[in-house]
Write a protein that binds this ligand. Structure first.
Ligand code: IPD
Ligand code: CA
Length: 257
């Protein structure tokens, strides 16, 4: 196994064990009206960042809590969300995860997502397919939006104080009318693993780069597609992402247009 993949898997499992141990006790504080951070987010970030700095001292770090400003260059960047789904985590639900991705020459080359309470470790490397707990995974074969489940993570407000009124309300109405089900699971990475493993067909997200980086390579390596809502290539600086099984991608973009 690629030593960087092995290193990342070991590290993410260690961080996963830590946050599970801390879940009952970790104090949460408000970052903004609709966003919280817990002691466990900070502890997980510290553990991951320290290990990367020790093993790869010349690499750069992008991470949600203390390393969120970034400008990608051709050097190596580790992109980390120490807990994705912190609100879920702080309320005792199992729907949260940790995400670590590696970028070289501005290209994603490795992504690992760990859902410690669900005991699921997802990963992908460029060109080698996607896996969950050592089994290959694939996006679903469903090719009609009206038979699809779509994760509407975009509609839970997140860091935004309110939905963008009429436009988003119309998008949500269209999505509800045109799909089989709309999920809002409260964690970008959980929703993305559902797409990658064929449990749902699509996901729209206003997540940051650290929410999307590992998810993007895992979904693509599982056979799916990731773009902005207008169909143009994914942009790490824009909080505007659609991930899908590819087959319903255009229909989904049309509903959001
Ligand atoms: C958030 C969650 C949420 C999504 C937000 C994310 P966090 O991540 O994934 O479901 O709607 O866009 O920022 O704050 O829990 O890491
Ligand atoms: Ca987070």
């Amino acid at each position: 196994m690629n030593p960087k993949l092995q290193f990342t898997q070991n590290l993410i499992k260690k961080a996963g064990q830590l946050i599970v141990e801390m879940q009952k006790e970790a104090k949460a504080s408000y970052k903004s009206a609709k966003d919280v951070v817990t002691e466990a987010d900070l502890a997980s970030e510290k553990l991951i960042v320290e290990a990367i700095k020790k093993e790869h001292p010349n690499d750069h770090i992008i991470s949600e809590e203390n390393y969120s400003d970034f400008e990608l260059t051709n050097e190596r960047f580790w992109v980390i969300d120490p807990i994705d789904g912190t609100v879920n985590y702080s309320r005792g639900t199992p729907l949260y995860g940790i995400s670590i991705a590696l970028i070289e020459n501005k290209e994603l080359i490795l992504g690992v997502i760990y859902l410690p309470k669900l005991n699921e470790l997802y990963w992908a490397e460029k060109g080698t397919g996607a896996f969950c707990n050592n089994e290959p995974i694939h996006v679903s074969g469903i090719d009609e939006l009206n038979k699809s489940i779509v994760s509407g993570e975009d509609f839970n407000c997140g860091q935004k104080e309110n939905l963008n009124n009429q436009r988003q309300l119309q998008q949500l109405t269209n999505l509800a009318n045109e799909t089989m089900r709309v999920h809002i699971v409260g964690s970008a990475v959980v929703g993305a693993t559902f797409v990658a493993s064929g449990k749902v067909e699509g996901k729209i997200s206003s997540g940051f780069f650290w929410d999307i980086a590992a998810a993007k390579i895992i979904v693509e390596e599982a056979g799916g597609k990731v773009t902005k809502k207008d169909g143009s290539p994914y942009d790490p600086k824009k909080r505007d992402t659609v991930l899908s099984n590819g087959r319903i991608h255009q229909e989904l973009l049309d509903v959001l247009a």
